[in-house]
Design a protein. Structure first.
Lengths: 285, 285, 285
C-alpha cells in the first residue's frame, strides 16, 4: 500500500468555533502530505440520511481517497467507529449509523470492514492514549484514524475486522410508482430552492408531458408541472419537472425558489399524477 | 506553456450538498497538482453583477492562475461556455453572461476568447462524453475545462476561437456626479454592514466635509454623514463616509451595521449632497 | 530558521465578497509554498473574546505554524499590529487587542513580541509601499507579514521589538465557585445548541449528581440538570451537564438545542446550585 494523497471531509459541525479546523489540524500533524478536501460541513445537524446522500454523490468524483464523514449523534455511546474499504480502493471512516454505506456502494461496493480501536489509533498517531473526550471523537479518534489510513497504515494495526452484515443501515428514501402516479420523498432542497425527489428520473412514466403535483398529507395548494430539460425552458413562474444532475426527478421554477413557492420541505412526500392527454407536450428534445 | 499551479474558484452554489466539492473533485482528478483557492461560494443566487464585482476585485491579488467562476442562471441554454485569456496571462473560465469581463479588464485586458466545446473538453479530460447534465455544467464542463487549462492544454484543443466583440456584457453599476451631489447604486453590503457605493472615492467632491445622505425613491429617513479616514474616527452612532479598501465611497457606523441602521439594501440608489460650508470639517489627515 | 509550511487563518470576515480569499491570494503571492488552513471565518463580528477562545483552542493541534488571526475593530487607529513568537516556536500575527494572547499561552507561552512596520512589511513583500487602505490591514499588512514569517523572514526585518508587558489583554471570561454553587459566563453556543461555560469541569464540585440551573438576572425558568458523560446518557428532553471536549462544563439536551430550549445566549451568566442528596446519582462511569 502506498497511501493516499487526498482525504475528503464531511461533517455536520459548521465552520464556527474551529471544530472542523481542529480535525484538519490533527490530520496535518499525523499525515502532513495529505490534502484535505472539504465536501461540506453544513449537513443538517444529526441528519444521517442527508449526510449519506451527499457523501454517496460526491465521493465517486474524487480519485481513490480516504473519505472522513462525521454525522454522529451517537458519539460516546457503544456505536462502533468504522473504517470501510471499498472495491475501488477507497477508505471510508466514520460512525456505524448508516452514513457510510451508500457511498461504499457508489464506490464499487464494500470489500471489508473494521472497527477502530481507540488506544491503537492514538498510539499509532503518537497521541496521548488517555485524553479522549466523550463528545468529540471527530478530533480524538476519527481524524487520526483517517490520517493514518491515508499514510498507508494497515487497518489491522488500528482496528479489528468486523462482519459486514452487522453494519447498521439507514432506511432508503421512500418512493413508490404506480400506473399513473408516483409518490416520493423530498430528499433535498438546494440553494436555488430546487426540490430533489427520491424518484430516479428513469422511473418517471412518461418522461414527458404534464403532471399534477400534490404534497401528501399537507394542506397545500396543488400545482401543474411540465417536464422540461433545463430551467430556462420554463416560462416565468411556471413549475417544471426535470432530470437533475444526479439523475433524480426534481422540481424547479425559473429564477425563483420552487421550495419557497410550494412551501415544500425536506422529508415531505410529493405525489405526481399524469395529466391525461398531456404526454409529450412541452417536451424539449 | 507550463500550466498553472493555482485555480481560483467562485460560485453561487453555497457549500451545502457538495456542489462545490464535486467540482473540486473533478479538478483534482483531471489536474491533481493544481491547488484550488476558494474565492467565495456565497455569491447571491444568480446575481451575475455581484459575482463579477467580487471576481474583478480578488483575481488580481492572485499570481497568474486559472479563475473558474460560475454564476450561471442560463445553464443548459445556448449561452456560450467561455475560456478567456488575459493580458497578464490568466485564464478565466465561466458562462458568457458578463461575469468574467470586469475581471479580464482588471487582469490587464482581454487578449483572446474561446467557446468551450463539450465533447472535446470531456474527451481530453477522459470523462464519458455523453454523460452531461443539463443543469450542472460546473461539474460536467467548466471544472474539467479549468483543470485542463491549468495543465497547459492548448485552448484550441478544447474550444473554438470567438470574436471578443460578441461577448455579453453586464450593465455597469450606476453612478452620476453633478456639481453638488452624486447619486450612486449600492453595490455591496459587507458582513460588517458597511455600505459600498458604485462611486469611486476619487470622484467624491469635495473628499471631505459633511454630506446629506438620502435613499432615492424610498421612504426612508435622511442622514448626515461626515467624511472620515476609518471607522474609529467616528463617534458612537455617527454615520461616516470613507474610501473603502477597493477605492470606492462607502458608508459605515462605528461598531454597528450601517445597512441595518439605514435600512439600505444592495441595488438601492443613494444620493449624497454637499452640506454648504462643511468642507474640510471633520477631515482626518 | 527554515520557515513554516502551514499558515492557519481565522477572521470575522465571513466568506462573502472575497475578503478571506484576497488575503489568501496575497499570502500565495508572497509565499507560494505555504498551505493556508482555515480555522474559521465566522467569528462573530468584532467579538475579540470569541476569536481568542477559538484560536486558543485550535492552534495547539497544528504543527508549529504561523497563525494569522484578524478580529480587528480598531483597524486604522493606533492599535499596534503584532507578531508574537511562542515557546513552541509558532508565530501569531494580528492586532494588539487581546486576540492573540490566550493562544500564545496555549502554545507554551509568549517568548517575544514585535510591532509590525507597514513600509518594511510591504517592501519585503515587494508590494507598493504607499497603497495601504485604512480599513483592510488584513490584506495590506497582516497577510504579507504572515507569509513573510512563514518564509523565514526575520521578524526584525519587518517589525520592531516590543515590551511584552505592554500588550493589551482581554478580561478573562467570568466564573466564580463557592461551597455549593458556581456562577459562570456562557462562552460558546455551538452548532448543536450546546452551552459552553467558562467554568473548567475540574472545578465543578461535586462532578456528579444533580444541579439547579438558573440564568442570572434574566427572567427565565429554572431547570434541573444531571451530570452525565455524553449526550446519549440523557433521556429525551432531559438537560445534562457534562465535561465538553475542551474540558469545560457544558449543558446539553439530547438531539435538541439546549440554548434554544433554555433561551440562553453567549455572555449570559449561569448559576449551578448543588441539589442536596443528589451527589453521585446519575453519574455514569
Amino acid at each position: 500500500m502506498s497511501g493516499f494523497d487526498i482525504i475528503s471531509f464531511m461533517t455536520d459541525f459548521g465552520w464556527a468555533g474551529g471544530y472542523v479546523s481542529v480535525c484538519e489540524a490533527v490530520m496535518a500533524s499525523v499525515r502532513p502530505q495529505a490534502r484535505v478536501f472539504h465536501i461540506s460541513h453544513e449537513v443538517p445537524v444529526g441528519d444521517v440520511e442527508a449526510g449519506a446522500l451527499t457523501l454517496e454523490r460526491i465521493c465517486p468524483s474524487f480519485p481513490p481517497a480516504v473519505h472522513l464523514a462525521l454525522v454522529d449523534p451517537g458519539v460516546g455511546t457503544h456505536r462502533r467507529p468504522l473504517a470501510l474499504m471499498t472495491a475501488r480502493g477507497d477508505f471510508l471512516v466514520g460512525p456505524d449509523n448508516g452514513l457510510l454505506l451508500p457511498a461504499a456502494q457508489a464506490l464499487g461496493g464494500l470489500r471489508a470492514a473494521w472497527c477502530l480501536d481507540i488506544p491503537r489509533v492514538r498510539g499509532q498517531a503518537r497521541m496521548a492514549v488517555d485524553r479522549v473526550s466523550s463528545t468529540f471523537h471527530g478530533r480524538d479518534l476519527f481524524s487520526p484514524a483517517a490520517a493514518l489510513l491515508a499514510g498507508a497504515t494497515d487497518p489491522s494495526a488500528i482496528a479489528s475486522p468486523m462482519e459486514v452484515a452487522s453494519l447498521i443501515q439507514t432506511e432508503p428514501a421512500f418512493y413508490e410508482v404506480t400506473w399513473n402516479e408516483t409518490v416520493s420523498q423530498v430528499i433535498e432542497i438546494d440553494r436555488f430552492g430546487n426540490i430533489g425527489l427520491a424518484l430516479p428520473f428513469a422511473q418517471l412514466v412518461p418522461p414527458a408531458g404534464s403532471f399534477l403535483v400534490e404534497v401528501v398529507a399537507e394542506d397545500l395548494p396543488e400545482w401543474t408541472a411540465r417536464v422540461v430539460r433545463t430551467y430556462a425552458d420554463l416560462g416565468s413562474g411556471e413549475l417544471g419537472i426535470y432530470c437533475d444532475s444526479w439523475g433524480q426527478v426534481a422540481l424547479a421554477v425559473k429564477s425563483a425558489s420552487a421550495a419557497q413557492l410550494l412551501s415544500i420541505e425536506k422529508g415531505m412526500r410529493v405525489r405526481l399524477t399524469v395529466i391525461a392527454g398531456s404526454s409529450g407536450e412541452g417536451w424539449v428534445e
